[in-house]
Design a protein around this ligand. Structure first.
Ligand code: 3H9
Length: 692
């Protein structure tokens, strides 16, 4: 970390360099306080520009310090020192001024920003609220309503919008350093503006806070921080500066040590580690500038849209002209939907669509860099596709399958140049869902695997490397979720109670509602394939429902009954009778929300530990990302592995032992017992064996 001071006539430029994102480490906070004192004492200095080296302005407090006790100088004092400086400080913002970074900028007398910069208070996304005056100064500068949007939503605003809000004083297009120096010269002789902390609190309309509370609560669901941020903003508007600062700081410190903040921090770092697996360090990915998708069904069309959204030209291949038309119509429907919902301008949609070409001739792919197959889940059909691709594509083109259950090794068996082949498992809808499981085969070359990760980055997806097994990481755990849900049915918990318990835990939907939405036939098809492989999948009730053609909402009934035109699930007498029959002779017991959640979640953790032991996943945090980004696991719980660790693995093992004794779950794996003894996955033997 360095803070350098350079003189440009009467203006001084203070440059912060603390890669990667100029986070406010203790050393940087100290250096800023010292710079204020030094420049205050220098009579030649008329104004100060605070600028940052590298990719961004100060992106916030150093999140990695959050697990430790705060060290002085504390950020509120640093901001107060800058605000009290005798010379006007001008924050010169490029990249992002986030969290503590924006708070530092609010301490400055002026703020200027590059047109490409963004500013925001994302603290709530980390389970905390601003802790250095963000909620107290912001309403004084831009009014309560805009401050509520920024501090409770956590999304940044661009420089132009910030200028409109009064958050920045000038937008600079071009050289930020030169522009900021010129700005500083223009204000150097003016009297210092009133510090934001001295400005009047904004007035709000009657009922403003009550309606803001309703709106924030509805959006935040079970996350604590947004409502706490709102409380802090309200305090800022209703008391004096010092009281409001004390309230904000107290709230910040309390949340900083909360379970939700620990979980959200875990996810923050997991998401940033995921795109750069250490095992691929130094490997140059194969270049991907053009792409094709084989198959224009829901999945293929979604993948095509995702590729287009990332700027790649896409060819969509189907078996005949009519299927090509249907495939293109599926892609168009995605863009039409975005336009209808106001998320995309018609001109952008047209431009995206213009970059998708359809055809039934594989010859169109002779020079394509990446081809993703998304045809029917049938080994013979998929192999036929790759045989053709093998014949027409360049030998260095990356060939990928989007299979969810088949063995990519078997799919690629016999193709020319098998080192260019890998699995890229998207989640439906593929243009929306953030997860991408990347599945190398035994022959995949490192630069092809690296191309998969680079593609994920380009597509703004979260990549997770998965080994080959039935269902890879996510669907393999999903099988356990479903089996456990059925075990619960057979031991006295009705579908409604199971779904309600999982919602209470924080999932957007329970396992039975989710199956009714997606269709029971898909899992039935997979079970059939599993039986053909000699396995014995456990789905006694689902099998009976499928035999009754109850495939979910689309057939008017599945785990629940549905009235025509109404998607709300109604308990079904037919299903109750099927469950009663399947449960004959089994012991029944009483279930509450917590014990239902345990009976589903802890066996998932048990399976996930096996997945780690088998190196199907390389890191416990990767499994968390899979469940959060592919299956709606609540982010504020940190994913199943973080949840289990936070709860204590010894307790997890004890609960699983009890469930196993009742025949309601498998016993904890040896790996889980070892991890419990070692105190966690990352510190423990399971993690170590998996390369952590
Ligand atoms: C706060 O400020 C609280 C205050 O109100 C109160 C204090 C009293 N700390 O995302 P990237 C690392 S809360 C530590 O890939 P990009 C990241 O782990 C904070 N490290 O880059 C990664 O490390 P590595 C509020 C951080 O260019 C590297 O930087 N601020 C932090 O795609 C690159 O990250 C935020 O929440 C941090 N604050 O995006 C901002 N931020 O290379 C969070 C990043 O070793 N950060 N790292 O894997 C971001 O949103 C993005 O990093 C940013 C750059 C947009 C800045």
């Amino acid at each position: 970390m360095t803070v350098t001071i350079a003189r440009e006539g009467s203006v001084v430029v203070v440059t912060v360099e603390n890669p990667p994102v100029n986070a406010l480490s203790q050393a940087l906070r100290q250096a800023l306080v010292e710079a204020v004192a030094e420049l205050d004492a220098d009579s030649r200095v008329k104004a100060v520009v605070l600028i940052c080296a590298g990719r961004t302005f100060i992106a916030g407090a150093d999140v990695s310090e959050f697990g430790k006790p705060p060290q002085p100088p504390h950020l509120p004092d640093v901001v107060a020192a800058i605000e009290a400086a005798k010379k006007p400080w001008v924050a010169a913002i490029h990249g992002s001024a986030l969290g503590g970074g924006l708070e530092v900028a609010l301490g400055c007398a002026y703020r200027v920003a590059l047109v490409s910069a963004s500013l925001g208070l994302p603290e709530v996304k980390l389970g905390i609220i601003p802790g250095a005056g963000g909620t107290v100064r912001l309403p004084r500068l831009i009014g309560a309503a805009a401050a509520v949007d920024l501090a409770t939503g956590g999304s940044p605003v661009g420089a132009k919008k910030a200028e409109g809000l009064g958050l920045v004083d000038a937008v600079i297009d071009g050289d930020l350093r030169a522009g900021s120096i010129a700005f500083a010269e223009s204000i150097a002789e003016k009297p210092l503006p009133l510090p934001i902390s001295h400005r009047a609190v904004p007035a709000v309309e009657a009922g403003f806070w009550e309606s803001a509370e309703k709106a924030v609560a509805a959006k935040a669901k079970r996350e604590i921080a947004p409502l706490r941020a709102l409380a802090s903003l309200r305090k800022a508007c209703e008391t004096d500066f010092a009281d409001a600062m004390a309230f904000e700081r107290e709230t910040f410190l309390a949340l900083r040590g909360s379970e939700q903040a620990a979980a959200l921090r875990h996810v923050f770092f997991a998401e940033r580690a995921a795109p750069r697996p250490p095992e691929l360090a130094g490997v140059t990915p194969r270049d991907i500038r053009s792409a094709a998708v084989i198959g224009g069904g829901t999945m293929g069309a979604g993948i095509a849209a995702a590729l287009r959204d990332a700027g790649l030209p896409v060819v969509l291949i189907e078996r005949d002209a009519a299927a090509v038309e249907r495939g293109l119509a599926n892609v168009r429907a995605i863009y039409d939907g975005s336009v209808k919902r106001g998320r995309m301008a018609q001109a952008v949609a047209d431009q995206r669509m213009a970059g998708v070409t359809g055809g039934d001739d594989y010859g169109l792919l002779a020079d394509t860099d990446l081809v993703i197959e998304a045809v029917f889940e049938d080994l013979v059909v998929k192999r036929a596709v790759f045989e053709k691709l093998s014949a027409v594509c360049r030998s260095d083109a990356v060939l990928a399958t989007n299979t969810s259950y088949l063995d990519p090794g078997a799919i690629s068996n016999g193709i020319a140049h098998p080192e260019r082949f890998l699995g890229l498992h998207f989640f439906s809808p593929a243009h929306v869902m953030k997860l991408l499981e990347i599945v190398p085969t035994e022959t995949t070359a490192p630069e092809v695997l690296a191309a998969g990760f680079a593609l994920a980055r380009q597509l703004a997806k979260i990549p997770v490397r998965a080994g080959i097994c039935d269902g890879f990481i996510g669907n393999r755990i999903l099988k356990v979720t479903r089996a456990q849900a059925e075990r619960l049915l057979l031991s006295g918990a009705p579908p409604l109670a199971v779904d309600a318990a999982m919602r209470a835990f924080g999932l957007p939907m329970g396992p039975f509602e989710a199956q009714d939405l997606g269709g029971l036939d898909i899992a039935a098809f997979q079970r059939k394939a599993a039986r053909e492989r000699g396995e014995t999948p456990f789905a006694p009730v689902a099998e009976r429902l499928c035999a009754l053609q109850r495939f979910g909402q689309k057939t008017g009934g599945g785990w629940y009954d549905y009235q025509p035109g109404d998607r709300s699930p109604q308990p079904s007498e037919t299903v109750a009778a099927v469950i009663a029959e399947a449960a004959t002779g089994r012991p029944q017991r009483a279930w509450d929300d917590a014990s239902i959640a345990d009976a589903i979640l802890l066996p998932m953790v048990n399976e996930a530990t096996r997945i780690l032991e088998e190196r199907v996943a390389l890191r416990a945090a990767d499994i968390d990302l899979v469940k959060i980004h592919g299956y709606g696991f609540p982010r504020w719980r940190g994913g199943p592995m973080h949840y289990a660790e936070a709860r204590g693995l010894a307790e997890v093992v004890a609960v699983l032992d009890r469930l196993a004794a009742e025949g309601l779950a498998e016993a904890p794996s040896e790996g889980l017992r070892r991890a419990a003894a070692a105190g966690g996955f990352s510190a423990g033997t399971v993690g170590k064996r998996c390369g952590l």
